[in-house]
Design a protein. Sequence first.
Length: 117
Amino acid sequence: MALGLADRVLMFEHAVYSVITPEGCAAILWKDAGQKERAAASLRLTSEDLLELGLIDEIVAEPMGGAHTDPAGAARSLHAVLSKAVAELVALDVDELIDLRTQKYCNMGRFSEHKLA
């Protein structure tokens, strides 16, 4: 949570975001770091997963091949998304901003159970 406390959380599309590595998670849960793929799937640490869970607000598109292949292109993409987010936030009055922030964090951690196939 320390890194995710913001009115808007943006994430590059190929980034991962987690409090633990898949190997560390597997070692704790199954006493086998070799179960890292299983742990990674369980952690739901991709940008798509986190957007679906409501933990991030928007995915920032990366240049073909990833942000590291074209840092200037990645910066342009980030600038566009960040500029839009800031414009949306400064248009809100303080009470509205606080209400939205409260709603956002109250909704985190809600889940529903479903049977996996």
